[in-house]
Design a protein around this ligand. Sequence first.
Ligand SMILES: [Zn+2]
Ligand SMILES: [Zn+2]
Length: 179
Amino acid sequence: MFIGLQELESRTVRFNVDVSPGEIDFDSKLTQGSVLHAEGTAQLINHSLGEIRVQGDLDVTMEATCDRCLEGAKFPVKNHFDLVYMPSAGAAAHGEDEVDEAGVEVGYYEGSGLGLNDILREVVLLALPMQLVCSEACKGICPVCGQNRNQQDCGCHLEAADDRWSKLKAFRSEIGPRN
Ligand SMILES: [Zn+2]
Ligand SMILES: [Zn+2]
């Protein structure tokens, strides 16, 4: 769905869409695990500046590999969003500092309008946490043996610490006499 400036000039555009997986290109790390449902409105809030306000609700389940244990994990996103888009030509004149002070999420569009899928993509990416973990309690993978420590405690991290310590002690005794 394309939200065109021309249409916005005369009315508020309403959208109510179900986007199938594959229609939106996400980050290569992310997969869309369910139909993405979004509904809301797009509105021209400043005719002379061409500022478009897009607000609504989005519901989708994203899938990615956990940053710690590398197992597949689901990330449900249920988000209300409220974004303002300005023509990219006016961005320089408007000043980016001004935008930051307002505390509103501002994006830019080029040409005669913007694609709804691009907006939804941005909403999903903004809603996801920086670190994608299957759970806050995820213990991750053992750096020594590669065992997923959520499934089984390999107990070898203590040995690893001992190893490093004995190497350090050996190193110290090597350089010791010179001091
Ligand atoms: Zn994990
Ligand atoms: Zn281990």
